[in-house]
Each structure stands twice: as C-alpha cells, then as structure tokens.
Design a binder for this molecule. Structure first.
Ligand SMILES: *Cc1c(COP(=O)(O)O)cnc(C)c1O
Length: 361
C-alpha cells in the first residue's frame, strides 16, 4: 500500500483521540455500595452479579473490576461472546454462561477458556457430557418457561451424569409483591433440590432478594439493582443511582416564528426562540420511544426536546438557559428510577440500549 493511493497522507497515530462529545459516568462507589448492600440483604447467601449485555449497558470493563473488588465471585453473562470481556478481570471459573451450550463449538470454547455453561436441557446435558463433561451449572424451569429442564426431568440419566455446581431457577414475577407465582416457584425449586446433586442453589434475582431469606439459598443473582434500578420498594433505601449521561451542545441557533425542527418538521416555533443541537441520538440509546418527561436539563433548568430524535442528534429548547453555547454540557434524562422517564420503556431497557459510543466516551 502506498501512502498516497487516494491522495491522502498516512494517519499520524501519535495524536490521541479527542474527548467525546457525550459521556456516560458510572459511579463506581455507588456500584460497589449497591453490590455490598445486596450481598448483605442476601443474608447467609452470597450475592453474585448479572453482567450480561455489557453490564446492562454500563460497560463490563468498568463494572466487573468494581464488583470483583467489592467481593463478588460469580458473574453471569448470556452469550459466549461476552466471556472474554469478563475473564479479562476475573478467573474464568467464576463466569457462568446462561444460554448454555448450543453446539460442539460452544463446548470446545467453554473448555478452552474455562467459563462454565449453564445447562438448560437434556440435549445440552448430553452434549456437554459427550464433549468431556467437567463442572457445569444447571437451570431448572419452575414456571417462567424460557430456559431450563423441567422438574420432571430431574431424575434423567443425562442430569445424573453432570457435575453440577450451581443449581438454579429464575423467578417470573419477583417484582410483584403478592404474586402467587413466587411461592409456587419456590416450592417447585425446593422440590428438585433433593433430586439433583449440586454444590450451590440459587433462585433470586434483584427483586427476589426483597422476597426474603426463604428465596436466598446459597447465591443470589442481582443485575438491575446493582446498576441503580429499584424493582421493589423494599430495596429503595439500599440502592444508589449509578449511571449519569451527559452530552455536549454542538451548535446553537435562533429560530424565527414558523420555522420547524428536525425530520418531518414535527415541531414549529410559535415565536422566535433559541435552540441547541446536542450530541445524543437514538444510536446512543436515546430512543424516540422516550415520551413526555424526558426533558434535558442544565443545573435544574429544564430544556425540552423539540421535534424528532435523530440518529446522532437531538434539538432542545434553550428558552430556560439562554447562556448555553456550543461545547457546554447538558444532562441527558437517564434516571432509571424516574417513572416519567420510563414512558414506554422499562428500566432494564433504558440501561441496555445505552449505545457503544457512550461506553467509549
Ligand atoms: C438477568 C438475570 C438475572 C438478573 O436479573 P435482575 O432482574 O436484573 O436482577 C438473574 N438471573 C438470570 C437467570 C438472569 O437471566
């Protein structure tokens, strides 16, 4: 390759990437505090951590070391593609892969890296044993009907052949205070514990921790609450917000009455007004589905969204903050505990849609 094949100069890589025009701040102290609080609320059980989906959008590279240093020793991801980012920080035996082993290639990868599959079916159990066995975890379905063997399969020879560390099940309605699902799933889970040899038993997710000691067993598996979500009011006092999102103003402009903003001109200025174009779009996870209650802000001053959110930009009203200019930072509405901001989205979605540009920012 020549330097000038397209008339350009070779890139000078000694100049660092300039700071991004958007940023996600993860409060490591709050994350540490949340894990410790959930671990304490788990009673005699130890808390693990669900770090799937890049730690619910906040970045495994940021969150896993904090959780490890807080004392967490069991980490859950969904896909094998997520393992490398976690075992960069913790021993591979501490990483559980919830989707299990779908084929021989996944068995070979599991064996090579040392992360531990969560076996979900008799077929997966046979596949894992045929590939050489070794320690695994087992999911038993007790009513959510997503992944896991049926309780009636507990005595199958394929299960007896496994070397099971964590025997787990997952609650469907732990965030509903009086759901009959919870005691029913608890009873079903207790029913299989005696039938399947295992080292540790695990049932509760974040909301399940609030259901009390009966649900804790040996290991709890919080996700959402680690990252500042409050799935049940009992957890509110213990959980601190973790994520804050800010974006820079790229440009300000003066609109005349009658001028419109954005794709399809869905906002028209009723009078002359000052607006700002901000570096935040749906590619960053700021989805169009966010409805009313999603004003940007600057030191408490509210800056409503005007028109449609674009892929990389959104336009906001500067009526309350005429002093702001290009380069100034504004707060992006990303309070996952604020019901108004959740219009059409759950707190889980608000976190996991956070875009890759924010995690690199
Ligand atoms: C995602 C997940 C969790 C964590 O659930 P939260 O509601 O986020 O606390 C726990 N267990 C399993 C099996 C999961 O898939």
């Amino acid at each position: 390759m020549t330097d000038n094949a397209s008339g350009g100069e070779r890139a000078d890589r000694s100049v660092p990437l300039p700071p991004a025009s958007l940023r996600l701040t993860v409060d490591r102290g709050a994350l540490d505090s949340n894990w410790r609080a959930l671990d304490a609320l788990s009673g005699s059980a130890k808390a693990g951590a669900a770090v799937k989906a890049d730690a619910y959008g906040l970045g495994a590279a940021t969150c896993v070391p904090v959780l490890r240093d807080a004392g967490c020793e069991t980490f859950f991801v969904a896909h094998w593609s997520e393992v490398a980012g976690v075992i960069a920080h913790v021993p591979p035996q501490q990483v559980a892969v919830l989707h299990g082993v779908l084929n021989e290639a996944e068995c070979a990868y599991a064996r090579a890296v040392g992360a531990v599959p969560v076996i979900n079916s008799l077929e997966q159990a046979e596949r894992w044993s045929a590939s050489g066995g070794r320690r695994c975890h087992l999911m038993v379905d007790t009513g959510i009907n997503r992944l896991g063997i049926a309780a009636s399969e507990a005595n199958d020879a394929a299960i007896a052949a496994l070397d099971i560390d964590i025997l787990m099940s997952h609650l469907a309605s732990a965030d509903e205070a009086d759901s009959a699902m919870n005691p029913r799933q608890l009873a079903a889970f207790r029913g299989v514990l005696g039938a399947i040899p295992h080292r540790r038993a695990s049932l509760a997710n974040s909301a399940g921790i609030a259901l009390g000691a009966d649900y804790a067993f040996n290991l709890t598996r919080p996700g959402l609450a680690l990252y500042g979500g409050v799935p049940r009011p009992e957890l509110a006092a213990a959980i601190r917000p973790v994520a804050q999102v800010q974006a820079a103003i790229l440009q300000t402009r003066a609109l005349a009455a009658g001028e419109s903003v954005g794709y399809n001109a869905t906002f028209t200025a009723p009078a002359p007004m000052r607006v700002a174009t901000v570096s935040m779009g749906y590619a960053d996870g700021f989805l169009r589905a966010r409805g009313p209650g999603n004003d940007f802000s600057h030191h408490g001053r509210r800056l409503p969204i005007l028109g449609k959110v674009s892929m990389d930009m959104v336009v906001i009203d500067l009526t309350a903050a005429h002093d702001l200019a290009a380069g100034d930072w504004v707060d992006v509405p990303w309070n996952i505990g604020d019901a108004a901001q959740q219009t059409g989205l759950s707190p889980y979605e608000m976190l996991t849609v956070i875009g890759g540009r924010l995690r690199r920012g």
